[in-house]
Design a protein around this ligand. Structure first.
Ligand code: PMP
Ligand code: GLN
Length: 384
């Protein structure tokens, strides 16, 4: 038999699936894969039922329903003063994951270099490789996950096409401040690079942190491709409705790829998300306060267990340092916790290509019911 594609030769099962399977096999409390173990917004579920009953059940226009594109455009305008024409600059995708794939496929030529800031969401590197590009890692250094400007600039070559930035940042929970984004933006401008800005956790920011979309920085709107989705915002990760906001030419080529990969995204879900986005101003404060109390509870309990780290200000993840507790690597310690303490976490070395800083941490997801978090803490506090 002929061989399968060499492009996939070093692809493995994603760490999220591997950990969820191990959690099931060992009956461990799963604080690994990032998804809520409680249901999402009730009004959204009512809306989708209503949209199906109203007959929104056939193929949607391939780049998204007019209602959803309009509501995405409206919220960027209302919340961030960003103007995207729903006809030519907003495209609907199957979650942010498809959006990332489309952007990379649509813009990358073989051999183009794409800078990924590690630790990274694992689909970036996979999508870069599938598009024929070359991932170039630059490390966000622990413990504050900051970027060194010289290191970033040194990674830029004449072949560099794009920098992928994720803010708020999975897995660290870091919310980038304006100066940090400006530093990346300045380099993008100087070297004429695109920025793919993954902002799926845009509404999950706590305390005095404020989300600054990359496209809002002066001169950045045209070279920034913003990707987001409804999954985290409405606690409905299984709905898989995402979007790309980009200049008309970039949008056009992303849509070309989308029409042959996916063609069209679930119609009733899009119509429900369109209605949901209209309600963001009323909905977001309650949503944030639910996750903030989970974060506060889990952080305080982890501190009591002797884990020392700064409290993350965004997302629903914590990167917890393990060196005080063990000499084991993240992978071995994660396995030990799954088997012996019945708690599953993600070993973050899977999110790095270059640095081994990830081997000194575990990523915990706190988007879980109070009883789940309590059970995990009780298990972790058992004597080894
Ligand atoms: N980007 C980041 C940083 C993520 O953590 C995730 C995973 N939830 C995604 C993109 C993918 O989002 P979606 O479920 O909308 O495909
Ligand atoms: N984004 C989620 C996480 O970081 C999971 C998504 C996935 O399983 N691909 O855990």
């Amino acid at each position: 038999m002929k061989s399968t594609s060499l492009k996939l030769a070093d692809f493995k099962d994603s760490i999220f699936g591997v950990i969820s399977r191990l959690a099931r096999d060992h009956q461990a409390v799963n604080l690994g894969q990032g998804f809520p173990d409680f249901d999402g917004a009730e009004f959204m579920k009512d809306l989708v039922t209503q949209k199906m009953a109203e007959g929104h059940n056939q193929y949607a226009p391939f780049h998204g329903t007019p209602n959803l594109r309009t509501e995405v455009s409206n919220y960027y305008k209302n919340l961030y003063q960003l103007d995207y024409d729903p006809e030519t600059q907003v495209s609907i995708t199957v979650g942010a994951t498809e959006a990332i794939y489309l952007v990379l496929t649509a813009l990358t030529n073989p051999g183009d270099e794409i800078i990924v800031l590690e630790p990274f969401y694992d689909s970036y590197v996979a999508s870069i490789k599938m598009s024929g590009g070359v991932p170039v890692p630059v490390t966000m250094h622990a413990p504050d996950f900051s970027i060194d400007k010289a290191e970033l600039e040194n990674a830029i070559t004449p072949r560099t096409k794009m920098i992928i930035l994720n803010n708020p940042h999975n897995p660290s929970g870091k919310v980038w401040n304006r100066d940090e984004i400006q530093m990346v933006a300045d380099l993008a401008e100087k070297h004429d690079l695109f920025i793919l800005s993954d902002e799926v956790y845009e509404f999950l920011v706590f305390d005095d942190a404020k989300h600054v979309p990359t496209a809002t920085l002066a001169g950045m709107k045209d070279r920034t491709i913003t990707v987001s989705s409804a999954g985290k915002t409405f606690g409905l990760t299984g709905w898989k409705i995402g979007w790309i906001c980009a200049n008309p030419e970039v949008s056009r080529v992303c849509r070309l790829v989308h029409q042959y990969v996916t063609f069209s995204v679930s119609t009733p879900m899009q119509e429900a998300v369109a209605e949901g986005l209209k309600q963001l101003p009323q909905y977001i404060p309650g949503f944030v306060s639910v996750y903030k109390s989970k974060r506060d509870f889990f952080y305080a309990e982890m501190k009591k267990l002797g884990f020392e780290f700064a409290c993350p200000r965004g997302t629903y993840f914590m990167m917890v340092p393990i060196s005080e507790k063990t000499k084991l690597s993240d992978v071995d310690y994660a396995m030990k916790l799954i088997k012996e303490r019945k708690v599953a976490t993600v070993p973050p070395s899977a999110f790095y290509l270059k640095s081994n800083e990830g081997s000194k941490y575990l990523r915990f997801c706190f988007a879980k019911k109070e009883e789940t978090l309590k059970e995990a803490i009780a298990n972790l506090s058992l004597e080894a």
